[in-house]
Design a protein around this ligand. Structure first.
Ligand code: BJW
Length: 251
């Protein structure tokens, strides 16, 4: 494996930063065995595009299919463990003067790794809520319906995630935008930077004067606008960065 080299301007910017903000996407969980959102699905689900399943319209038309898709994804999350990329962000939270972690991921792996404050823009796949009234509820253990029914009103339960066309939790988005506007250094890690409003955050950070660093093996719409690009998997780049900046042993 070629060692990852971190350019000196990146080390300087991160070392001098008072507030580091990190936005993560599906790529950071890829090395934990969770497929990214836009890579081809496998097995039973290969015939569907995730963009066609993650909508309220899809759930209205095919509630059983959409619930089963989420059940399959929950089973992948239950088997997954945080990888060195997640663990490096735990170290960063401990070492930076101020640190904000914003994630588009619904898998809870940042919290499992040990990050204490995580802004979940798109919800969490392990929670369910009532399709009619919106309250967060757990399905009754003996409920055999697919999807299970709300124990209070009998409506369908749905995953507590944000689908296309739905609004993000306003308080979480506001906190993410405020942190973004105050960041000295902003990392965009493992995201294709195509889904709004999350995709706007690195651009907002840049326009507020932050040093924006992209961590991704592939090019995204952010790449030409980033202050620096660290090409490679997050599980290798982030531990190398923490070591280069703070001389910390790798996770
Ligand atoms: C690695 C790696 C490794 C691989 N290490 N990297 C403005 C302009 C145009 C459209 C809109 C707009 N504003 C709003 C919209 C509409 C829409 C939208 O953005 N559409 C675009 C697709 C065109 N947005 C919305 O509807 C949002 N709602 C909203 O804005 O409400 C108001 C409104 C509504 C309608 C119109 C206007 C305003 C809601 C968005 C909700 C997104 N929800 C999902 C599903 C969550 C639940 C679930 O998981 O099932 O969130 S969609 C999906 O995409 C998921 C992800 O969080 C999100 C982002 O994907 P992500 O994380 O970037 O993953 P990938 O797979 O795309 O990329 C992985 C990356 O990792 C790649 O780059 C790889 O190279 C990299 N990688 N291995 C590091 N080892």
């Amino acid at each position: 494996m070629t060692p990852i080299s971190i350019p000196e301007p990146v080390i300087e910017a991160v070392r001098n930063a008072q507030h580091i903000v990190v936005l993560t996407g599906a790529g950071i969980s890829a090395e934990s065995g969770i497929p990214t959102f836009r890579e081809a699905q496998t097995g039973l689900w290969a015939q569907y595009r995730p963009e066609e399943l993650a909508t309220p319209e899809a759930f209205q038309r095919h509630p059983e299919r959409v619930w089963k898709w989420y059940e399959w994804r929950r089973s992948l999350v239950r088997q997954a463990a945080p990888n060195p990329g997640h663990l490096a962000l735990v170290q960063m939270e401990r070492l930076a003067p101020r640190f904000t972690l914003i994630t588009q991921n619904v898998d809870g792996l940042h919290q499992a790794a040990g990050n204490r404050h995580v802004l979940e823009l798109h919800g969490n796949i392990m929670r369910s809520r009532c399709w009619r009234e919106g309250r967060i509820v757990a399905p009754a253990p003996d409920d055999t319906h697919i999807p299970p029914r709300c124990p209070h009103c009998g409506a369908f339960l749905r995953p507590d995630v944000v689908w296309f066309g739905e609004t993000l939790p306003p308080d979480v988005l506001a906190a993410a935008e405020q942190a973004t506007n105050e960041a000295d250094v902003f990392f965009s890690v493992g995201t294709s930077t195509v889904v709004y409003p999350a995709a706007a955050l690195p651009f907002e950070a840049r326009s507020h004067g932050a040093f924006v660093i992209e961590v991704n093996p592939a090019t995204t719409p952010l790449t030409p606008h980033a202050s620096a690009v660290l090409r490679g998997p997050a599980g290798q780049v982030l531990p190398a960065l923490v070591q280069a900046v703070w001389n910390e042993a790798r996770a």
